[in-house]
Design a protein around this ligand. Structure first.
Ligand code: ZN
Length: 432
């Protein structure tokens, strides 16, 4: 039997708190899971700094990736199989893409990508197509198979239905992370009836569509996504930790560029500072490496680097205040000047940050991020865009919500008020 169709003699199962079990019967999937690049995802948290707010949020990208695989497997094996719109030859490529869609994520990837101007999607492609164990497994299916998987993940694959399973406004990726993140953070939002949604998903020519009787389950899913974004993903305290993380990396990079003599040389970071990163450098990095260096840098002589590392490790985060850039456009300039006068470097201690989300969108041609809307399949077979049928979805669709905050070291400013009258002035201004 060809490698592509080879089955394990006995099914393997992973116990999973969200889906109960993850089932693996395909030899290829089992082999991909065993590669070093996939195993690396165990050492990267799914939610980055969120564990500093919701202490349960210690789950890894490894478990999320298995979860997305399991959802796609169930959609295909129990929903799509045998329907004329579904091409069974796409099964393995869809399963591999589901399993590997986040393969290129690094430790605290948002912060890391921002500082070093990287893109995890490019690294996903590079790992799939480069000289890696994952590539060796996928190439055994056929020489062009790694490229097919990379095209699905990169959203350029010829079969749009396969792409929509993993990346659309209702896809296996979102359905897994919403439930998984809700489970591990312990919040009550984020839950919806996935079983019901899986039962009403239908393959169509270009994308997955939803049988109209399942509309209310989809509404629930969209609302849960909306709640999770504002209650968990954009939580200002976890943003504060991310701000500090970004500043640590900035500071270490600036010191390195200035020829500062580190007591603990930033070995694994140097190629990132120099922009000479190899795939191997990237794969070697995980959260453990970052934490080790942050611990060591707490003892560095540079007061800014050591202070920021202490803040991150000991969770002495920055305070935040609301900020409206439209009305308070002069505030940041004034604060910047006051910080300098008071001897606190605003480059590292005064940060503005904004979060923005669009919960659901209908199709707007020509927009920067054209989104494929969710379609309901009516009893007569016609398709209808979701917000036309659902008043709830209509009320929030196309509405972007943005919120801006200022982060600052309230502890320093509070403690030094007696000695430095400027600190008081800063606090009054920042709190508005
Ligand atoms: Zn994902």
């Amino acid at each position: 039997m060809s490698y592509e169709h080879e089955k394990l003699t006995e099914e393997k199962v992973f116990k999973d708190p969200v889906h109960r079990y993850i089932h693996v019967r395909d030899r290829v999937i089992w082999d991909v899971i065993g590669t070093r690049e996939f195993q690396r995802l165990r050492r990267i948290r799914q939610l980055g700094t969120t564990y500093l707010v919701f202490h349960g949020a210690e789950h890894s990208r490894f478990q999320h990736s298995l979860g997305v695989y399991e959802i796609v497997r169930r959609i295909i094996d129990s929903g799509f199989g045998g329907r004329p719109e579904w091409n069974e030859d796409e099964r393995l490529v869809a399963l591999c893409a589901a399993l590997l869609h986040d393969l290129g994520h690094g430790p605290f990837s948002h912060a890391f990508e921002k500082v070093f101007d990287l893109d995890h999607e490019k690294f996903t492609q590079a790992i799939l197509l480069g000289d890696t164990e994952v590539n060796a497994v996928l190439s055994r299916v056929s020489p062009e198979f790694p490229q097919r998987v990379a095209d699905v993940v990169g959203k350029t694959y010829k079969d749009k239905l396969v792409i929509s399973l993993i990346s659309s406004q209702i896809d296996a990726d979102r359905m897994d992370y919403l439930q998984r993140d809700a489970y591990y953070t312990g919040v009550q939002y984020g839950h919806f009836d996935m079983e019901r949604i899986l039962r009403v998903m239908r393959p169509a020519e270009e994308q997955v569509v939803i049988k109209s009787s399942g509309m209310h389950a989809v509404e629930d899913y969209i609302m849960s996504r909306y709640q999770m974004y504002w209650q968990v993903y954009f939580h200002p305290v976890s943003r504060s930790a991310e701000v500090i993380l970004i500043k640590i990396l900035h500071r270490a990079k600036a010191l390195y560029k200035d020829g500062y003599r580190f007591q603990q040389e930033p070995g694994p970071f140097s190629s990132f500072f120099d922009k000479t990163i190899t795939l191997e450098d990237y794969i070697s990095l995980d959260e453990g490496v970052l934490f080790t260096y942050f611990q060591l840098w707490m003892k560095e002589k540079d007061p800014i680097l050591s202070d920021l590392c202490r803040r991150f490790i000991n969770r002495k985060l920055f305070q935040y205040a609301e900020f409206d850039p439209a009305k308070e456009y002069r505030k940041i300039g004034q604060l910047d000047a006051l910080f300098k006068e008071a001897g606190i470097d605003p480059e590292y201690y005064l940060v503005t940050d904004s979060s923005s989300d669009l919960p659901y969108d209908f199709y707007r041609p020509g927009e920067e991020n054209e989104r494929v809307p969710i379609y309901l399949q009516l009893p007569n077979g016609e398709l209808s865009e979701l917000s036309r049928s659902s008043d709830i979805v209509d009320a929030i669709s196309g509405k972007r919500r943005t919120d801006h905050k200022i982060y600052f070291p309230e502890d320093i400013l509070e403690a030094g008020q007696e000695d430095n009258p400027l600190y008081k002035e800063i606090l009054q201004l920042v709190r508005g």
